[in-house]
Design a protein around this ligand. Structure first.
Ligand code: 5AD
Ligand code: SF4
Length: 441
């Protein structure tokens, strides 16, 4: 019977996991599951895990430990682990935590209904293969449910860059691009279900090179074609490697009105020595030149980035180079992390050169203070300006709606008759720590 069993999914990590969790919920919808918001009401609990930084696996085990009581009360409760920890740990998860019924890697989500059926018969199921079939095609949404105004759409998976610190090439595998026609079809379907903004996702999204009607398409070509879809108002993409920022993609930022003026372009470090040790295959000067070209195409673009401090061998001087790079680029948003050794990555072998944890923490604080100040400055500069805002949901105050600006700021507006999905011009009146307020123009 449809809709009689209850599914609780907890998602960790990146936006690709958010997308994957939605697809898993839809796939299990076909097996009669509907999503619930607490583990206590669930017949099946799925943890969609992330392995990118330290202690991810430990977090999963402690979370699973908390479900032991639930499983004792409800022996029919099924517990599954998905995502990159599932891929990396495999069988080990079931060995360490016997309450787990199924372990599914990111490439096998389309097999979840079969796996769930087997688990229903008391079997333990594990699938961490990289099968040949197109999982996205098999995961196509069944019910044509109405959607919110924004959606993620995965266009590319995996990574061939092998940055020395990163597990992604091992957990998500080699770079694969989905065929363009499938992406256009999925985008069209999302728009028919109410979506007005799509964020194209990939671990290395700007390396996209999917089969198109006339040979392989670049990400820029895909964006231009998506922009032709009526009712689709905004496009974004994330996350990108500097070396794959092709000329046509830079140009698209200047010419494609639906492509939003925001670019997440991680650099990780501002020191050439560290960049080399990280196997990033570009220098700080390369990055500066690239940012200059992007800003020439779209002067108001907000640049976002990722940074790692305390990479093995990083000196005070190296770190100062990162601070200098940040001062020169000026970031609209940024994410910064303390380096953590990931088993199986080349950098993890460099344990002898580990930076003192206290030094790394102090560097992280200094970097985050600088990045936060920049972020706030750029946000404050929006006061008095008119921005496009796509409204997503009601705010906490009566009559208030919350949306996102072109530059991805959260914007609050109180006005009559505003509805989710409305794209309006808003005059910004105030800037707060994490959001803006404004009024309709
Ligand atoms: N340690 C710290 N940060 C990492 N990241 C990836 N691997 C590691 C690691 N081993 C960060 C990078 C990447 C972001 C998604 O996570 O900055 O861009
Ligand atoms: Fe990891 Fe580097 Fe690939 Fe990004 S580009 S997923 S940091 S290996």
């Amino acid at each position: 019977m449809a809709g009689t069993k209850k599914l609780f999914i907890k998602t960790y990590g990146c936006q690709m996991n958010v997308y994957d969790s939605e697809r898993m919920a839809e796939a299990l919808g076909g097996s009669g599951y509907e999503e619930v918001t607490t583990p206590e009401e669930a017949d099946m609990i799925l943890l969609n895990t992330c392995h990118i930084r330290e202690k991810a696996a430990e977090k999963v085990y402690s979370e699973l430990g908390r479900f032991q009581g639930l499983k004792a009360e409800k022996p029919d409760l099924k517990i599954g682990v998905a995502g990159c920890v599932a891929q990396a740990e495999g069988q080990e998860i079931m060995r360490r935590q016997p309450i787990v019924d199924l372990v599914v890697g990111p490439q096998s989500y389309h097999r979840l209904p079969e796996m769930e059926a087997k688990a229903g018969h008391g079997e333990k199921v594990l699938d961490t293969e990289f099968p040949e079939e197109d999982k996205f095609e098999k995961l196509k949404a069944r019910p044509k449910a109405r959607r919110g105004p924004t959606a993620f759409l995965t266009v590319q998976e995996g990574c061939d860059k092998f940055c020395a610190f990163c597990v992604v090439p091992y957990t998500r595998g080699a770079e694969v691009s989905r065929p363009a026609a499938r992406i256009l079809g999925e985008a069209q379907d999302l728009v028919e279900r109410g979506v007005r903004e799509i964020t194209l996702l990939g671990q290395n999204v700007n390396a996209y090179h999917g089969a198109g009607a006339d040979g392989d398409w670049s990400l820029a070509r895909l964006i231009r074609e998506l922009a032709e879809i009526d009712g689709l108002e905004r496009l974004r993409f994330t996350t990108s490697h500097p070396n794959d920022m092709a000329d046509d993609l830079i140009e698209a930022h200047g010419t494609c009105a639906k492509l939003m003026p925001y670019l997440h372009l991680p650099v990780q470090s501002g020191s050439d020595r560290v960049l080399k040790a990280m196997n990033r295959k570009h220098t700080r000067e390369d990055y500066f030149r690239l940012i200059e070209r992007i800003r020439a195409a779209r002067p108001d673009i907000h640049i976002s980035g990722d940074f790692i401090v305390g990479f093995p061998g990083e000196t005070d001087e190296d770190f100062e180079q990162t601070m200098d790079l940040v001062r020169r680029v000026e970031y609209g948003t940024a994410f910064s992390f303390k380096y953590s050794a990931r088993p199986g990555t080349p950098a993890a072998e460099k344990g002898d050169k580990m930076v003192d944890p206290q030094v790394a923490s102090a560097r992280l604080t200094a970097l985050q203070d600088l990045l936060n100040a920049q972020q706030r400055r750029l946000q404050d500069a929006m006061v008095g300006r008119e921005l496009g805002v796509l409204f997503e949901k009601p705010g906490r105050r009566p009559g208030q709606m919350v949306g996102k600006s072109d530059y991805l700021h959260a914007v609050h507006v109180t006005a009559e008759g505003l509805a989710p999905g409305d794209l309006r011009r808003v005059k910004i009146t105030a800037s707060h720590p994490n959001s803006l307020t404004g009024e309709l123009v």
